[in-house]
Design a protein around this ligand. Structure first.
Ligand SMILES: [Zn+2]
Length: 44
């Protein structure tokens, strides 16, 4: 069964940071796995 693109995107699970488990805002440009907090921690 074909899904409309809109339904397809709606069915995607929310992105979660594997480090802290926080939900992340979906960003089309973002291909980072971790949330901003964990990323900034990493740079230290
Ligand atoms: Zn995180």
């Amino acid at each position: 069964m074909l899904m409309s693109p809109l339904e397809f995107f709606r069915s995607l699970p929310k992105k979660e940071c594997p480090e802290c488990g926080d939900h992340m805002e979906e960003q089309a440009e973002s291909y980072m796995m971790e949330c901003d907090r964990c990323l900034s921690k990493r740079e230290e």
